[in-house]
Design a protein around this ligand. Structure first.
Ligand code: FES
Length: 170
């Protein structure tokens, strides 16, 4: 009785050593390729996070000092550039500049309750939040409503006759 195998079929133990080596090499190469494809973005995102620059963490010029009359609280907008990984964004921010002689305070317009935009009411000498009635005095201290803390104050400096604020936590 003949025991010939049909052509094109191999049982598991019949794979030649050179073919087995090739298959092992191919499987390892494929595994390495998959690791590269998956690993490069992960490593890239780690390095991006490490070297990420946030342009919001810098000094921004609001304007010349004469734009902010003595004894008043003046609103002014500025463009805040920020970078998150590869994403660059620009957003318009509103702040209030309180000037009393050389004493300058720059308030954020963001309510500390839930982030609505407050507005300065000169006739009342108060900042008012339209959302839940939060009220702040001319020093940015909470005098009514739910805000848990005063308005944020930006670090500021005058350089070359220009008022600048530091936007590290804008
Ligand atoms: S967001 Fe301003 S009081 Fe609620």
């Amino acid at each position: 009785m003949s025991t010939t195998k049909p052509q094109g079929t191999e049982e598991q133990g019949d794979v030649s050593p050179s073919r087995r080596r090739f298959m092992t090499w191919a499987a390892n190469a494929m595994g390495g390729l998959i690791a590269l494809v998956v690993g490069i973005p992960i490593v890239g995102s780690i390095f991006t996070a490490i070297f990420k620059k946030n342009n919001g963490n810098s000094w921004v010029t609001l304007g010349t000092l004469d734009q902010f009359p003595d004894g008043q609280i003046t609103p002014i907008s500025f463009q805040l550039a920020s970078k998150d990984g590869w994403m660059k964004t620009q957003s318009q921010q509103l702040v209030y500049v309180s000037r009393k002689g050389s004493n300058i305070i720059v308030f954020s317009s963001i309510c500390t309750h839930l982030g609505c935009r407050v507005s300065w009411k000169a006739s009342l000498n108060e900042f008012k939040c339209p959302c839940h009635g939060g009220t702040y005095n001319d020093q940015g201290q909470v005098i009514a409503g739910p805000p848990p803390k005063p308005l944020h104050r930006y670090p500021n400096k005058v350089s070359g006759g220009k008022l600048m604020i530091h936007t590290s936590d804008a």
